[in-house]
Write a protein that binds this ligand. Structure first.
Ligand code: ZN
Length: 260
């Protein structure tokens, strides 16, 4: 794998500036609203808005109320990735039942100058980070040979559990597109609270399309990532959340079925 890599100039510059930057920038914290297990059980309406989320981070992912598409946040903007594969900027008052945000402060910056698979990128990140027991936020900017996504379709009440709701989810393939991958790696012991392993969303460079990533193959681009040690969870207090079964026997299998 080593021949895929050239450390960017920015990496060494960042190293010198890192102490100063950390003094001036917010602490590295993952903020999330609600739980993956709540979403899985059909708690599809939350009260946190897009404007609220942007106070918690400039980078992240999630979904919208009624499970109306995928959410991706980058560069202080939040986009809604609709079930027809299109993307649009989200309104400040749109609400989310589940989202994960951070102020993105990568520790590593790698230039990937040869085609590389999603699995190989994940291995690369795993090799660089000190432990699988920490969170990681990652971003890829580049040319994608292919990005395969799916996007949940909007649900109507009475809500079905997520495994049923996504049975009809459309799958899109973006070919030869320039775009961004925004993702997190979550420790295995966090399954149910979040999505254990890698969870990534894609948006095209022109911000016209994207979705929840099933797979991708990068032709060339830049990978930035860093470990995060702190998690803040904002639990809902509404009736549906309070009465949801958040620890079903098939939790792990169900999350793997809906998120991979
Ligand atoms: Zn997703």
């Amino acid at each position: 794998m080593a021949d895929h890599l050239i450390d960017c100039d920015c990496a060494s510059q960042l190293g010198q500036m890192v102490k100063l930057a950390h003094q001036q920038r917010p602490q590295k914290v993952i903020f999330q609203t609600s739980l993956m297990s709540a979403l899985l059980s059909g708690v599809y309406d939350g009260s946190m808005t897009v404007a609220d989320l942007l106070e918690k981070g400039d980078f992240g992912l999630g979904t919208f109320n009624h499970l109306d598409g995928e959410l991706v946040a980058l560069d202080h903007q939040i986009y809604q990735l609709k079930s027809d594969g299109s993307a649009r900027q989200a309104r400040a008052d749109q609400q989310t039942p589940f989202a994960v945000m951070t102020f993105f402060q990568p520790d590593y910056c790698l230039e990937l100058d040869q085609p590389i698979s999603r699995q190989a990128i994940h291995r690369l990140i795993d090799q660089h980070l000190p432990s699988d027991n920490l969170f990681c936020a990652l971003r890829i900017e580049g040319d994608f040979q292919q990005a395969q996504t799916r996007t949940v379709p909007e649900q109507c009440r009475p809500y079905r559990p997520m495994q049923e709701a996504i049975a009809e989810q459309p799958i899109f393939t973006f070919n030869q597109k320039n775009g961004s991958v925004i993702g997190f790696r979550t420790p295995q012991y966090m399954q149910g609270i979040n999505v254990a392993g890698y969870h990534e969303h894609f948006i095209t460079h022109d911000r016209q399309g994207g979705g929840h990533l099933l797979d991708y193959h990068l032709l060339s681009g830049q990978l930035t990532f860093g470990a995060i040690h702190k998690l803040v969870i904002d639990l809902p207090t509404d009736h549906e959340f309070l009465n949801a079964d958040l620890h079903p026997d098939d939790l792990d299998q169900a999350i793997r079925a809906v998120e991979s």
